[in-house]
Design a protein around this ligand. Sequence first.
Ligand code: 5GP
Length: 184
Amino acid sequence: MSSWDADPDLGDVVVDRETLRVRVQELGAELAEVYRDRPPLLVGVLKGAFIFLSDLARAIELPIEFDVMAVASYGSGTTSSGVVRIVKDLDADLTGRHVLVVEDIVDSGLTLSYLRRNLLARRPASLDICALLVKDGRQQATVDLRYVGFHIPPEFVVGYGLDVAERYRNLPDIRAYRGSVPVD
Ligand code: 5GP
């Protein structure tokens, strides 16, 4: 029993912390093998991916580099419109780099399909995407997701970096959110 369990807005655990830990280690080992001869530049998409990024990076036993960008998608609190604004751009020049985008969750896929196009225009040597969570049956845009942590049911989730109005990012498990989602 933790203090999170007293929160009436939190529903079922969708992916528990131990399952997350094991899968992140597996992904790290797989990526270390794939990128053995071409150490990648990890591009984290803030803020949601920051915990996944830090755990994944430590699971990849290679001399990797990082950069981060922040995007805001216009839309209501729970759905994205596909119109994406870059709030913080990368510092790194992607030309000739092996870029691995680290994303928290793919819902419609519109955010990632925009990001992929935007980043490809910067002429990286390769560009792949690693998403921790993919919501089943929701994708409107085809995104080539090379690495996926978990497929989950199409419900709104929080924890392990994912928020509602900046809350719950430090929740160690991924859980369904049952409260009302503020419209932004
Ligand atoms: P998409 O463009 O794929 O519809 O939405 C992607 C973005 O919407 C994610 O990067 C994330 O910021 C947000 N998002 C989508 N689904 C969820 C969810 O279940 N929980 C939270 N906290 N954010 C979500």
